[in-house]
Design a protein around this ligand. Structure first.
Ligand code: SF4
Ligand code: SF4
Length: 228
């Protein structure tokens, strides 16, 4: 899932400065699961913005709403009021939601209330960790399932940099060395020969070289065309 964190209030207030009627729009997808961008957060943010405006002596009306997912068109049909009824929409979705809404509603400013941070797994109650950076050329088949892009601070693909200190990364002592994790995992599954192989540097054409990253499910596209 995608993890996002709310931006600091001064940054949000600065973005909203030109607008008088604002919609704080939550998203019921990933950002609700990580408790940052769902309906309750949209309501809370609307209240906080209203209070901040009152304290600053400015007049702004902030309403809130939430859609099931801001990255899918059909869910916008259920909004209490159309985005165009507001001077601006403050989206509590990830960047995909903000970007998609900006296309769907070209005449309405859509502003990000969140910083989209990473693709995560829920490792314990209330804790999410990054497991993948969406590089487009997955290497987990020869790294024992440990991502060298996400789990190594330098995203190295040919083993440790040599700075590992008592199992921790030299860049951040908070972090286990990703390459030590890869080594241990390959040893555990009897595939250490993979560690000894020299790997070619990632082919970035598989990441950005194809232009827009897009998933096309042919069957669904054909089904849609046939139903028209
Ligand atoms: S190698 Fe690339 S696709 Fe595979 S987990 Fe890491 S970032 Fe994600
Ligand atoms: S110490 Fe380990 S995780 Fe940190 S940069 Fe070096 S190889 Fe990568």
């Amino acid at each position: 899932m995608i993890v996002a964190e709310r931006k600091a209030m001064p940054e949000i207030l600065e973005m909203l400065a030109p607008y008088k009627r604002v919609l704080a729009l939550g998203c019921g997808g990933c950002v609700t699961v990580c408790l940052t961008g769902g309906e309750k957060n949209a309501e809370l943010l609307a209240t906080q913005l209203q209070l901040a405006a009152g304290q600053a002596g400015t007049s702004v009306t902030v309403e809130f709403d939430c859609v099931t997912r801001q990255c899918e068109k059909e869910f916008f049909a259920n909004m209490k009021a159309a985005p165009g009824a507001y001077d601006a929409v403050l989206s509590l979705a990830c960047g995909a939601g903000v970007g998609y809404m900006s296309e769907l509603f070209p005449n309405t400013p859509v502003l990000p209330a969140m910083n989209t941070t990473f693709l995560a797994t829920n490792v314990a109650k209330g804790i999410w960790e990054e497991y993948c950076r969406g590089c487009g050329d997955c290497m987990l088949g020869w790294t024992g399932g440990v991502c060298p892009i996400a789990k190594c601070s330098k995203s190295l693909i040919n083993g440790t940099c040599g700075g590992t200190n008592k199992g921790k990364c030299e860049v951040s002592a908070d972090m286990e060395c990703g390459w030590l994790q890869i080594y241990k995992r390959l040893a555990a599954v009897g595939r250490l020969e993979e560690y000894r192989k020299q790997r070619a540097y990632p082919d970035h054409r598989k990441d950005r070289g194809k232009g827009v990253r897009r998933l096309v499910l042919k069957d669904m596209v054909e089904e849609q065309q046939e139903s028209k």
